[in-house]
Design a protein around this ligand. Structure first.
Ligand code: 5RP
Length: 298
C-alpha cells in the first residue's frame, strides 16, 4: 500500500516536478488533450482560445449553494454586462434558462453537481443533471465539485467519475472543481493531491486555487489544464497579480467570480483580467486598463 510519506514529499531532489519543462501535447494546443476525439477537442477550443491557449471563464454559479450572494442579487443587471468580455459562462441551468439569451456566443460551463446549502455539510453533493439535459443546453463543459479529504469524499469522487463516463460518451469535457473544507490547509501539498486525483480519474480540466508557495508544482504534476478560482474578493491589483502569477506558473486561465462581479467596477475589471489572460499583460498593465476603463470612477 502507498505510504502517506509519498504524498508528503515535496522537493526532496529539488527538481522532482520540473516546472520549467513544459509537458508536450502533440497534435493539439491544449495540455494533455491530444488524444481526445473531435467533438471533445472542439468543445475545449470553445473554452480555451486556441491562439493564446488560455481561458477567461466568468464564474457565477455561487447561487446553487449561497442563494443571491453579494454581486449576484440581480444576475441580469450585474453579470450580463460582463458577458461580451469572457470566453465562457460558468453557471447553473436555472440561471442559463432564465437570464442568458440563447443567442449568446459565449461557451457554457454548466454546474452539474449540487447538494447542501452553506447551512449544512457541503461535501454531501450529488449529480444535478442528466447528460441529455447537458446536450440540450449545448454545454461545452460540465463542472463537478470534488471534496478530497471531505466527509463525503468518495461520493464526490463517484459524482465526478460518473459525469466523466457520460461526458466521454458524448464528447463533453468535465471540469473537476477542487473544494476545500473550512478546516483544511490550503497548501501546495493539498492542491497537488486533489488536482492530480481529479486528473487521474479522467477530468478534462481541473479548477483549483492559486497559492503563493509551490503553485508551479501543482500545475506541473497535473497532466491536464488547470484554471484558478478567484476566491474571496481582494483589491483589484492583487487579483490581477494572482492571475498573472498563476498563468506564469502553468495555469491555462481563470474561472473567476467574486473578484470580477464584486469589483467596484466589474466591467472595467473583466477587461483588465482579459488583458492579463489573453494579451500577456502584466498585473500592473492590467491595473492601468482597469483605471482607464473606470474613467475616474472606481
Ligand atoms: C463554487 C465555485 C465557484 O464557481 C468558484 O468559487 C469561482 O468563483 P470565485 O472566483 O468567486 O471563487 O466553484 O463552488
Amino acid at each position: 500500500m502507498a505510504d502517506l510519506d509519498d504524498i508528503q514529499e515535496v522537493r526532496k531532489a529539488g527538481k522532482l516536478f520540473y516546472p520549467e519543462i513544459k509537458q508536450q501535447t502533440p497534435g493539439f494546443f491544449l495540455k494533455g488533450s491530444g488524444n481526445y476525439d473531435w467533438g471533445m477537442k472542439n468543445r475545449l477550443s470553445q473554452i480555451f482560445n486556441p491562439l493564446t491557449g488560455n481561458t477567461l471563464m466568468l464564474a457565477f454559479d455561487h447561487g446553487y449553494f449561497q442563494g443571491p450572494t453579494t454581486g449576484l442579487e440581480r444576475v441580469d443587471l450585474s453579470v450580463m454586462p460582463l458577458e461580451p468580455y469572457c470566453d465562457t459562462l460558468m453557471l447553473t441551468r436555472g440561471i442559463l434558462r432564465s437570464i442568458v439569451p440563447g443567442s449568446t456566443q459565449r461557451s457554457i460551463a454548466l454546474r452539474a453537481s449540487s447538494g447542501p446549502s452553506i447551512l449544512k455539510e457541503m461535501s454531501n453533493e450529488v449529480l444535478a443533471l442528466d447528460i441529455q439535459e447537458c446536450i440540450r443546453l449545448n454545454a461545452s463543459c460540465l463542472a463537478v465539485q470534488v471534496f478530497i479529504g471531505g466527509e463525503f469524499e468518495t461520493q464526490s469522487v463517484d459524482n465526478l467519475s460518473r459525469m466523466i463516463n457520460l461526458g466521454n460518451q458524448y464528447g463533453i469535457p468535465v471540469m473537476a472543481v477542487t473544494a476545500v473544507g473550512k478546516d483544511m490547509a490550503r497548501d501546495a501539498r493539498y492542491f497537488r493531491l486533489a488536482s492530480r486525483i481529479c486528473a487521474e480519474l479522467g477530468a478534462h480540466i481541473v479548477k483549483t486555487y492559486y497559492i503563493e508557495d509551490g503553485f508551479d508544482t501543482i500545475s506541473s504534476s497535473c497532466p491536464v489544464p488547470i484554471v484558478i478560482a478567484g476566491g474571496k474578493k481582494i483589491p483589484e491589483l492583487d487579483a490581477l497579480r494572482m492571475a498573472r502569477n498563476a498563468l506564469d506558473q502553468g495555469a491555462n486561465g481563470v474561472d473567476m467570480g467574486r473578484n470580477i462581479f464584486q469589483s467596484e467596477n466589474p466591467v472595467a475589471m473583466i477587461q483588465a483580467v482579459r488583458a492579463v489572460v489573453h494579451e500577456a499583460a502584466s498585473a500592473e498593465a492590467g491595473y492601468e486598463i482597469y483605471l482607464k476603463k473606470c474613467g475616474g470612477r472606481k
